[in-house]
Write a protein of this length. Structure first.
Lengths: 174, 808
């Protein structure tokens, strides 16, 4: 049976509301994923921009996972908004207007401590899994969508990330 | 059930189904290992969950959306939905009420870059030091909240780790109100005054009520609390109002709980005089660093509002740090109400801050709280974390917490005994400064390690030997203090360097051995010409090192024999080494050459033995000889025989030296006649003989052939009547320097004889015949050399045999 309601395209209002609701968490997630709050805003904006172009069919159901997936991909690939010029042409091309968004807590989020140092030693996928689970409070199904894997793989990834994080953290603390 | 980290992780995240979860619950009761692992996992999840949050203000979201193109510039942004249910228990502290994740906490540290605005919704900070430890550091796992999808977590980070789940019945923080009703600072006039707290029983009763509240809030499925490994599931009753017990009739100074607890007035009965050294420093720092801060509140009248906490409103939630800021004029809390009593050492440590100092004399080991512990074992986040250490922001944290008492409250005592206590300060986002690491329980720190002896190794042995040798070679200073002369000290030069005249040569030779050579090679002179460690001149002569550190500083320049008048004296060790070829220009070459030859011989023998022995060698030699036998004769034979011109059998090197007065040639000179008028200085060369004794030829004609550098004389021989055979014998002699006689045996004149005209060098030819011999006497104008002579055989039988003679 085809759920016709699921194929209703999302309205921009719903998506905007969803972004507005999770913007803080998305920026926080990106900040701890890349370790820099200034870049995190641009990366989160890049992910949101991409997710806005390809919104999920069920914004209220899959919207959060889609947003985290887009932000994760943006952090992995360095996709920023506004996009930074690449190649030699960046030497003479005029950059676009910088993305100016006021945000707070960036200095604290960017300040390194033992937890973040241990986090930064993890691979990207494991770090993302840890942050999605413990910081963004996503469930395994959502983590799987965000990391583009199966829920079982997400659970294994998370368990391995916790094991590695614990060992590294204890080493750093001691 | 098997112990599995994957299962525990899923259990922690609440991803297991009910039967599986119950199985894990039962397993955790009996398995210490899994219980500890679960505790670790939970603590790590809490650490990550307590990371700082970034908040985009509401007024900036519109710009964010507009730049992304999600909304138009004139389009209004829908209201930001609240992520936290607003229904909160009445007794819940206001900062735990339904606020979004990014809501700043009342005790968040102030930042210069962020304007601090007064928020009327934020009350004063509770008297934190009145809280029992188990209340301060109570950890509530957000995972215990089944309604986690509501995203309604709020975080209380007293030490950067504590987290309260959403909708959790808040901890009834008991307040003992002894003074007047607490008030807020004037700049926070809009802040509502917290509701009056009902009187309560003593601390024990308060704790009992609190435990009852916790128990009531527990989920039915949750195992009985009291175990250290289980957290109460407070999320089962998110909206349950909490009982508040806030009265302590006995002014005994028992630790109280409460979200606001003004200290009693100074001098109140039953209260000790507050040590100004412990808290006035905080006040002083707050006033000194209060540049960007709003003006401090005017000092309240005594007994009215003793002190209050500053409440920054716009602080990001990430700075979820209990960073209280005291205002000027605020009275410090009594020491008796501080859960942990400041030791005199700690109080003294606060003293420099009272005087406005830069905070602390940590360098003094006597004042170091951790002096008893090894430096490496002090888990100090501020010391190990440069980011924390570099934070110059004053951290107004209470003194280090005491050891966690498992008997009091005791829900998290067992967990605090784990790594969480050690990393309590390091994983905090905003806890910084030297006090950050002081949150570690000293009793939890590891005991000092006993000193261990490093295992001996050849390198260490050699290093010790060298150090010993260096120490022995050092020269004491003139003041006889036993001090070693340094680079700038006037130490005496070595004997080989300091002695300016041959008179000061060392008497005899004594060596310090090769070890000193190594040591001296490291003790090269500095740029200033001084050595780091001057060499002590040996009383019996130079050492090997001194010899080697001579003008050339090397083995190659070391003379093997002492030259006469030289100031370089070889030590006995060096002489012994030189005798054995160990030092000197050719050191090691001859023994190495012998070894190489021996090794090559052995390798050859082994190869031969492997390849079949001497037979192989014999076969190789045979092949070599065969090759030589084949190629050597071929290379010695003439290249071609197609030309009938026979090469000369002997090199015609007949040299005729000139004579001062050449005689006139005579045409009638016997070819064999011995010249009688041979000069005294002329030595005739040996006659040149060509031919193989042929006969029957007749000399028919004589020709000249003038070439560029030589003259060819051609004798045409025709066969006689009996026919010519072979090559007649020709004897060429030079009786004088300018006379050449060519005698042909077996050749007769064909027609006549006479004198031929000369041509160039040959001025005249006289021919005589006698029997079967014919003699030609060549008169030369100068001395000549016979370049070549020979026969050109006839091409056909009966042809002309040509004898040629080239004269240069």
């Amino acid at each position: 049976m085809i759920n016709a309601a699921a194929n209703v395209p999302a309205t921009s209002g719903e998506f905007t509301e969803l972004v507005s609701e999770h913007l803080d968490d998305l920026v926080t997630y990106a900040a701890h994923l890349v370790g820099d709050a200034e870049s995190a805003v641009e990366l989160a904006a890049g992910g949101i921009f991409h997710a806005a172009k390809y919104p999920p069919a069920r914004v209220r159901v899959d919207g959060r996972a889609a947003l985290y997936r887009a932000v994760t991909r943006a952090c992995r690939t360095g996709e920023r908004y506004p996009p930074r010029p690449h190649g030699p042409s960046r030497l003479w091309r005029r950059n676009r207007t910088p993305f100016e968004v006021e945000f707070r807590g960036g200095d604290v989020a960017s300040r390194m401590n033992t937890v973040k140092r241990a986090l930064m030693t993890l691979p990207f996928e494991r770090r993302a899994a840890l942050l999605l689970s413990d910081l963004a409070q996503l469930r395994y199904a959502e983590i799987a969508r965000a990391l583009e894997c199966s829920p079982e793989a997400a659970s294994r990834l998370l368990a391995a990330a916790r094991r590695e994080f614990g060992s590294i953290y204890r080493e750093l603390v001691i | 059930m098997r112990c599995s980290l994957l299962v525990l992780s899923s259990y922690l995240d609440g991803e297991l189904d009910a039967p599986r979860r119950g199985e894990v619950d039962g397993h955790l009761v009996g398995c210490d290992r899994c219980r500890n692992a679960f505790n670790y996992l939970q603590e790590e999840a809490e650490r990550i969950g307590s990371l700082a949050r970034v908040r985009v203000p509401d007024e900036a979201i519109h710009g964010f959306m507009a730049q992304l193109g999600l909304i138009g510039p004139d389009e209004t942004l829908p209201s930001r939905p609240s992520r936290r249910p607003a229904a909160v228990a009445s007794g819940t502290p206001p900062w735990l009420e339904g606020r979004t994740t990014g809501t700043s906490l009342p005790w968040a540290p102030r930042r210069v870059s962020e304007a601090v605005a007064a928020d009327g919704n934020q009350p004063s900070l509770p008297f934190t030091t009145d809280l029992p430890v188990n209340e301060l550091f109570r950890l509530v796992s957000p995972r215990a909240d089944p309604s986690r999808e509501e995203d309604g977590e709020a975080q209380v980070n007293l030490n950067g780790r504590s987290t309260l789940a959403a909708g959790v019945p808040r901890i009834p923080l008991v307040v003992r109100v002894e003074g007047p009703a607490p008030a807020v600072a004037p700049e926070q006039g809009t802040a509502p005054v917290p509701p009056p707290l009902p009187p309560a029983a003593d601390a024990a009763a308060a704790m009992a009520v609190h435990q009852a509240a916790v128990t009531d809030a527990d989920d039915a499925d949750t195992p009985a609390s009291g175990e250290d490994d289980e957290l109460p599931d407070w999320a089962a009753a998110p909206d349950r109002p909490e009982p508040v017990v806030d009265e302590d009739p006995e002014p005994s100074g028992t630790p109280q709980t409460g979200w606001r607890s003004p200290p009693p007035a100074p001098g109140a009965p039953g209260q000790e005089e507050p040590p100004s050294s412990a808290w006035a420093g905080l006040v002083g720092r707050a006033s000194h660093d209060g540049g960007p801060f709003p003006p401090a509140a005017p000092p309240p009248p005594p007994g009215d509002v003793p002190w209050t906490w500053d409440v920054p409103q716009s602080e990001p939630p990430g700075a979820d740090v209990p960073d209280p800021v005291l205002r000027d004029g605020d009275a410090p809390p009594p020491v008796s109400q501080v859960p942990w009593t400041l030791s005199p050492r700690q109080q003294d440590r606060q003293s420099p801050r009272d005087a406005g100092g830069d905070g602390g004399d940590w360098a003094d080991p006597d004042e170091d709280l951790w002096a008893w512990a090894p430096r490496g074992d002090v888990v100090d986040g501020a010391a190990s974390d440069p980011d924390l250490s570099e934070d110059a922001e004053p951290q107004h944290l209470p003194p280090p917490p005491p050891p966690f008492d498992s008997t009091q409250g005791g829900q998290r005592a067992g967990r605090f005994a784990s790594w969480s206590s050690l990393g309590a300060a390091a994983d905090s986002d905003a806890v910084a400064g030297p006090e950050a690491g002081a949150a570690v329980d000293p009793l939890m720190a590891r005991p000092p390690r006993p000193p261990r002896l490093a295992p001996a190794s050849p390198v260490s042995w050699l290093r010790d030997k060298i150090a010993l040798r260096l120490a022995l070679m050092r020269q004491p200073r003139d003041d006889d203090q036993g001090m070693v002369s340094g680079a700038g000290s006037p130490g005496r030069e070595p004997a080989w360097r300091a002695a300016p005249s041959p008179d000061t040569a060392p008497p005899s030779v004594e060596s310090a051995g090769p070890i000193s050579a190594t040591a001296h090679s490291w003790n090269l002179p500095t740029a200033g010409g001084e050595r780091a460690v001057p060499v002590l001149p040996h009383p019996h002569g130079a050492t090997t090192a001194e010899e080697m550190m001579g003008p050339a500083d090397g083995f190659a320049a070391l003379p093997l024999a002492e030259p006469a008048g030289s100031r370089v004296h070889l030590g006995r060790h060096t002489r012994s080494l030189a005798r054995h070829g160990r030092v000197g220009p050719l050191a090691g070459t001859l023994p190495d050459l012998g070894k190489r030859l021996a090794a090559a011989r052995m390798r050859t023998r082994r190869a031969l033995a492997r390849a079949g022995g001497w037979w192989v060698l014999a076969g190789s030699l045979a092949v070599l000889v065969l090759l030589l036998a084949v190629f050597v004769p071929l290379s010695s034979k003439p290249a071609s025989t197609a030309v009938t011109r026979t090469p000369p059998t002997a090199p015609p090197t007949l040299l005729v030296t000139p004579r001062p007065s050449p005689p006139t040639p005579s045409a009638t000179v016997a070819p064999t006649a011995t010249p009688s008028s041979a000069p005294a200085g002329y030595v005739p060369p040996a006659p040149l003989t060509i031919g193989n004794g042929g006969a029957g030829w007749q000399l028919s004609s004589l020709d000249y052939g003038q070439h560029a550098t030589y003259l060819t004389v051609v004798l045409n021989l025709n066969p006689g009547t009996q026919g010519g055979s072979g090559e007649p014998t020709v004897v060429i002699s030079a009786p004088t320097a300018q006379t050449m006689v060519v005698t042909l045996t077996g050749v007769t004149l064909s027609s006549s004889s006479g004198t031929l005209t000369g041509s160039g060098v040959v001025t005249g030819v006289g021919v005589t015949t006698s029997g079967s011999q014919t003699a030609l006497r060549l008169a030369l104008a100068q001395s000549v050399t016979v370049q070549s002579a020979g026969y050109i055989l006839p091409t056909s039988p009966g042809g002309t045999l040509i004898f040629y003679l080239n004269l240069a």
